[in-house]
Design a protein around this ligand. Structure first.
Ligand SMILES: Nc1ncnc2c1ncn2[C@@H]1O[C@H](COP(=O)(O)OP(=O)(O)OP(=O)(O)O)[C@@H](O)[C@H]1O
Ligand SMILES: CC(C)(CO)[C@@H](O)C(=O)[O-]
Ligand code: BAL
Length: 351
């Protein structure tokens, strides 16, 4: 997750994005697009009757190869594949980038049409309005909100939750709504947003959801730029050319921490090694006079089961078969980039 800290006035009720989207204003597409839950449900009912499995890929649009990896995995494993595009106001703090979040609907529909695995192509796009998803409106200021929200206590405060305190409440709320509407057999999330994916699996378990069941919520490895390993992300579009050049520093720093951990270093030593790599980049930026600012937000290790922070003196052998999330975030100018590496028996988590 990353965001440009663009200040905008504290919002009131938000209906602006896609507010007036009627089927007449939609770009042409060979894939059926549903903008209302009622229309979608008719389509979904037929899939139930025909006993067809439905794979679901929730997104905020501005599709890139990372999203398409999830789509192709769904095409492989399901009779039908639905992708949603919804920029969810409830997961953006009032000072974050809701207004400027990249919206590229026409291109998104084009690239989706090009996806094919065996004889399967995406079956439907769910493109609800804000009014459809929040019938009583939604205020980005949490203190002003009324109505029903979903909170996964104890899982949304660490890592990303420290910088974005209300983020996971917004995500859990909208994904509950999306799951209720779409009723997927399988759902696919990216490892790039590992805390989000694991928190949602916790939520599905705790709320006894069956569509999807916890075993059917899949986490797919992060798709990266082939040349420099930068994790693909919609908000990479915010980076200047110089910002793009330094953005791979985050993954390089996580790799240094991973090597340190494998070599028997303590959590503290490994996290410091990661911070050292970022500092080397900061020094290089200064020496070269590049017009970009790089700043470490955090690097840490957390248990993948309960998200507890790993103690400073802990070493790899003490964690046995447990999976540890090595995650971090940096600011490249005003854009916040995140990434992570899973340490340990990754298959226990990703499936
Ligand atoms: N590089 C990637 N590899 C695999 N999955 C990804 C990647 N990037 C995003 N996803 C997944 O795609 C889904 C939709 O994410 P979203 O639309 O927010 O895109 P994003 O690139 O993560 O955007 P942002 O820049 O806002 O974080 C999420 O499950 C997310 O984890
Ligand atoms: C899961 C999600 C679609 C909820 O808005 C969003 O957080 C995302 O795209 O990762
Ligand atoms: N990919 C996570 C969505 C967000 O950052 O808002």
């Amino acid at each position: 997750m990353l965001f440009a800290c663009i200040r905008r006035p504290a919002s009131t009720l938000i209906f602006s994005h896609f507010r007036n989207m009627s089927s007449a204003s939609l770009p042409p597409s060979s894939i059926p697009i549903f903008t209302t839950v009622a229309e979608y449900r008719e389509w979904r009912r037929r899939a139930f009757v025909e006993n067809k499995s439905v794979g679901f890929v929730p997104t905020m649009g501005a599709l890139h190869e990372g999203h398409l990896t999830l789509v192709r995995r769904s095409l492989q494993e399901n009779d039908l594949t639905v992708l949603s595009i919804f920029v969810n106001p409830a997961q953006f703090a009032p000072h974050e980038d809701l207004a400027t979040y990249p919206r590229t609907l026409e291109r998104d529909l084009e690239v989706l049409t090009e996806q094919q695995v065996a004889d399967r192509q995406p079956s439907a796009v769910f493109l609800p309005t804000v009014k459809e998803m929040y019938p009583s409106g939604i205020n980005q200021d949490v203190s002003q909100q009324k109505g029903t929200f979903v909170e996964v206590k104890g899982y949304g405060e660490q890592m990303e939750g420290k910088s974005r305190p209300m983020f996971f409440r917004g995500v859990a709320t909208v994904v509950t709504k999306l799951f209720n509407a779409v009723e997927p057999t399988n759902a696919y999330f990216g490892q790039k947003d590992i805390q989000q994916a694991l928190l949602l699996r916790r939520m599905v378990t705790d709320l006894l959801l069956s569509h999807p069941s916890p075993d059917h919520l899949h986490i797919v490895p992060t798709a990266r730029d082939a040349t420099d390993n930068l994790a693909l992300s919609s908000r990479n579009a915010y980076l200047s050319p110089e910002g793009r050049k330094v953005a791979p520093a985050l993954y390089a720093s996580l790799q240094a921490a991973e090597n340190c951990w494998s070599a028997g270093g303590s959590k503290r030593e490994c996290v410091d090694a990661a911070a050292g790599i970022i500092q080397q980049w900061v020094d290089q930026i200064e020496e070269q006079g590049w017009a970009v600012k790089l700043k470490l937000d955090y690097v840490d290790m957390n248990d993948a089961g309960d998200f507890e922070v790993v103690g400073d003196e802990v070493v790899q052998t003490e964690k046995g078969g447990e999976v540890v999330i090595l995650s971090g975030a940096v600011y490249v100018d005003q854009t916040r980039l995140i990434d992570n590496i899973l340490l340990g028996s990754v298959d226990k988590v990703t499936r």
